[in-house]
Design a protein around this ligand. Structure first.
Ligand code: RFL
Ligand code: PHB
Length: 393
């Protein structure tokens, strides 16, 4: 038995990209079905990004889910770069007139789930064997299995919002798809702890032992990271070992304010730059991590996904208004912006980490770049305008 469903847009993936797209389209009266291979609790539990650009907050406003981010998010007018304990503040507000909002991806996801659930819109969770089909036939569909039953969703368009390991990108024929990749020779070990942040702004630190980042989720919850070997086992990283390494990398002046405690989340994430081109094929469009990955150093992954989704929502809405211009130019428009954000995330990653095979010359180059940023308003401004977010197009 096969169950047949019909919708306008079938959205594969209920991460932030898929959920936001669904909300923007539903608000515009466009019918969507969202499917995910995991369930809501699992998706909401994934601790990832923490910094939202103003454009991202605006997208949440457009989606009608910004009440909590405005009530609970922490606006930040600046952040710091540190080199061997010497700190330089990037004055986001002063240099750009803009700022960022600290608010966790877990909360963004929860707000979007709540809105879709309240509106009684359709999800399929725990789906298996998802296959986007007939992409160029004029009659696209998505097949999947749920509890041993075969389903087919017939639709006008398919949005591939299924992350880096999803199936959507792989549905683009190999002779069409080009991919570009850099894998960095280290990972980030991240912890969450219910202690006030060491500083009221984020600190990105380069130290000879490796990178460290002091971030936060609230005034009483801190999110801290250190560069580690990507093959390390979590069992090698007791809280004591983490605190010792983290404090050393922040330097004694900053570490004097550090409040330590028992971590309640600990994970290691690899660092990668990746872009797939084109971001569409026939009736399929990719958005978010399904099409590109950035290393987390510039806090861009989630923001980039949201920018894609805003452009994809606009393209699909114009289609139903009888104008296919934005649909036809979606991939090129998005990729122009994606590459600029890839460049920024790569540049900041190259500046702030210790690379195992760096020669003394490379280390001097990092130091000179930091000194230049610290002494030049133009250089600081270039960092600031990227950090607060480039224009949508
Ligand atoms: P997501 O969040 O990966 O969601 C994709 C969803 O698709 C589902 N899925 C499928 N569903 C149906 N069928 C299939 N075959 C499927 N395959 C996968 C998955 O279950 C999932 O629910 O992608 P999306 O929505 O594009 O959102 C992108 C952001 O999540 C991502 O860019 C950021 O979280 C990246 N990122 C970080 N970004 C930051 O800005 N700061 C960070 O500190 C940060 N830390 C991280 C991160 C990403 C990580 N990943 C992907 C491993 C830490 C980690 C560990
Ligand atoms: C975070 O709070 O998780 C975070 C903040 C800034 C980044 C990456 C991650 O660049």
């Amino acid at each position: 038995m096969t169950l047949i469903h019909k919708t306008q847009i079938c959205i594969i993936g209920a991460g932030p990209s898929g959920l936001l797209l669904a909300q923007l389209l539903s608000n515009a009266g466009i019918d969507t079905i969202v499917l995910d291979r995991k369930d809501r609790a699992y998706i909401e539990g994934r601790v990832r990004a923490g910094v939202l650009e103003q454009g991202t907050v605006k997208a949440l406003e457009e989606a009608g889910v910004a009440e909590r981010v405005h009530a609970e998010g922490l606006p930040h007018d600046g952040f710091e770069l540190a080199f061997d304990g010497v700190r330089h503040r990037i004055d986001l507000a002063g240099l750009t007139g803009s700022s960022v909002m600290v608010y966790g991806q877990t909360e963004v996801t929860k707000d979007l789930f709540d809105a879709r659930t309240a509106a009684g819109q359709q999800f399929f969770f725990n789906v298996e064997h998802v296959v986007p089909s007939d992409l160029k036939s004029g009659e696209p569909s998505v097949q999947f299995e749920l509890d041993g039953v075969q389903h087919v969703i017939k639709c006008d368009y398919i949005a591939g919002c299924d992350g880096f390991h999803g199936v959507s990108r792989k549905a683009i024929p190999q002779d069409v798809l080009k991919t570009f990749e850099r894998v960095y020779p280290f990972g980030w070990l991240g912890i969450l702890v219910d202690k006030p942040p060491v500083s009221h702004e984020l600190i990105y630190a380069n130290h000879e032992d490796g990178f460290a980042l002091a971030s936060m989720r609230s005034e009483t919850r801190s999110r801290y990271y250190i560069q580690c070997d990507v093959n390390d086992d979590l069992s090698q990283w007791s809280d004591d070992r983490f605190w010792e390494a983290f404090a050393k990398r922040l330097g004694p002046d900053t570490a004097a304010n550090l409040q330590i405690g028992a971590s309640f989340e600990k994970s290691i994430a690899p660092l990668r730059s990746f872009v797939a081109e084109p971001m569409g094929y026939g009736a399929l469009f990719l958005a978010g991590d399904a099409a590109h990955i950035v290393p987390p150093t510039g806090a861009k992954g989630l923001n980039l996904a949201v920018a894609d989704v805003r452009l994809l929502a606009r393209a699909l809405m114009s289609h139903y208004d009888g104008n296919d211009h934005h649909i036809d130019s979606y991939s090129q428009t998005v990729l122009n912006r994606v590459w600029k954000v890839e460049r920024f995330s790569w540049q900041l990653s190259m500046l702030m980490h210790q690379f195992p095979d760096n020669a003394p010359f490379d280390k001097r180059m990092q130091r000179a770049e930091f000194d230049y940023i610290a002494s030049s308003e133009a250089a600081s401004k270039a960092i600031a305008e990227n950090y607060v977010g480039l224009p949508l197009e």
